[in-house]
Write a protein that binds this ligand. Structure first.
Ligand code: PLP
Length: 439
């Protein structure tokens, strides 16, 4: 063969598609890795960055996984029929909503399923601000336009029906979808019946497709989560999974349930799945069935997690309020969303005028890792932060609660002091830092 001198230039990252090139690493995963690096350097870091459940997977669910470890066959693309049926039964039990098992799709985490919806449909995405970190980057990957609807601190960061209506009206020529996440990450806001009914009216008028992200449903502190699908069943996709309330984030299993009106969407998503991830791991799907059951031990587990999360949130809020930090009132989930705007002038003297500078300063000076509000769609200059109150051993906290029944309020307070001490210390350090730099 004739020798050729010419050689094509080597690959480099400029060969990436522009939309991939501009994608940053997910903020929550980044803060987790950065915290791990600092810990490896010998620093004490309070990990209030990544929102991972502190609790173990319920015993009966891990037992089911062991029992099904031998399952090795590929399962149907949209998921194991008995699991899909069990999810419908659970929805009926909790929300009184009738769904057809054929319209339930199982995916490797609800994150992937939310992305697949965005990929499959031609629509503008409406996002209340604040919203979870990944919806907007997913929209950008799927080449969808995003419109943020900003909620104000005066309204407790709750989406207002009139603002929702304005956004729908401004884009009424286009197909619209919206992610409604309740209880909310990062704010902890859980919408009540009156709010959901008023949203439903607007959604119906503008034919908005709602992705109701209910991944924190069973972390509602009072156990009283309500789905928008009760009031707008025909246009609501319900997204949920075992990552948060069953502590199994790393197992990677989530689901999406659609009304009959959107059977064609589930069918289309099945086609995408068949050419991409094929199906979710078989043993995990079998194990997940037991997480949907109505058993005394599972209910006791959920209720104990809710009590611990609720009390921790209450204590942290109380401490932060004492130093005039504005805390959005949380009704569920793992997070507190806070604002230091009341201290803006004093902090400006230290050149802290943006959320990102505030978060960096706290990591460097007191080892508290958290995320600035900008990642959640808040203005870059807003001095807001999300604190994930999860740096504790949930197994020990649950055991302490279990051995102390009946539970007295004082006992619960004590459990938080003993078993969630690292989170409380981080909050105290933050409060002391605020006092020092704002007095
Ligand atoms: C609001 C919200 N939705 C969805 C997810 C994704 O959950 P998973 O993909 O583990 O089901 C998360 C995870 O952090 C979340 O906080």
């Amino acid at each position: 063969m004739k020798q050729v001198e010419w050689q094509k230039q080597a690959w480099d990252q400029q060969d990436l598609q522009a939309k991939v090139l501009k994608l940053k690493p997910s903020a929550t995963l980044w803060i987790n890795e950065r915290s791990a690096e600092l810990i490896a350097e010998g620093k004490t870091i309070y990990r209030l960055g990544l929102g991972q459940s502190p609790f173990p997977v319920p015993k009966e669910v891990t037992a089911a996984l062991v029992e099904h470890a031998h399952e090795k066959d590929y399962l149907p693309v949209c998921g194991l029929p008995v699991l899909r049926e069990a999810i419908c039964n659970r929805l009926k039990r909790y929300e009184g909503i009738e769904r057809n098992a054929q319209n339930v799709m199982i995916g490797p985490g609800s994150k992937e399923l939310i992305y697949m919806v965005q990929m499959a449909l031609k629509a503008r995405l409406l996002l209340p601000s604040p919203s979870w970190v990944s919806y907007a980057p997913q929209a950008s990957l799927a080449e969808r336009n995003v419109t943020w609807i900003e909620a104000s601190w005066q309204d407790g960061l709750r989406l207002k029906a009139e603002d929702l209506e304005k956004a729908c009206l401004a884009h009424s020529e286009e197909r619209l979808m919206l992610v409604l996440n309740t209880p909310n990450n990062p704010s902890g806001v859980a919408y009540n019946e009156a709010e959901l009914r008023s949203f439903a009216e607007i959604f119906r008028r503008y034919s908005v497709l709602v992705i109701s992200d209910e991944i924190y449903s069973e972390t509602h502190f009072q156990g009283s989560h309500i789905s928008i699908a009760r009031y707008y069943p025909e246009g609501t996709l319900i997204s949920n999974g075992i990552s948060k309330w069953a502590g199994a984030g790393g197992w990677r299993l989530g689901w999406l349930s659609a009304p009959n009106e959107f059977a064609w969407l589930i069918e289309a998503m099945g086609r995408i799945a068949s050419e991409t991830f094929t199906s979710v791991s078989a043993p995990i799907q079998y194990a997940a069935i037991s997480a949907t059951h109505d058993t005394p031990s599972l209910n006791q587990y959920l209720s104990a997690c809710q009590q611990i999360l609720g009390e921790l949130s209450r204590q942290a809020t109380e401490r932060l309020n004492e130093v005039l930090v504005n805390v959005c009132k949380a009704s569920g989930g793992f997070y507190l969303f806070i604002s230091l705007e009341a201290h803006r002038t004093k902090l400006a003297a230290r050149k802290i005028e943006q959320g990102s500078v505030l978060a960096q300063t706290l990591l460097n000076e007191i080892g508290v890792a958290c995320l600035e509000g900008e990642h959640f769609g808040r203005p870059a200059q807003e001095l807001s932060l999300r604190l994930a109150l999860v740096d504790f051993d949930g197994k020990q906290a649950l055991e302490a609660l279990h051995t102390s029944s009946p539970i007295h309020e004082q006992k619960l307070t004590e459990i938080i002091h003993v078993h969630c001490s690292k989170v409380i210390t981080a909050i105290d350090l933050l409060c002391a830092w605020v006092r020092t730099h704002t007095s």
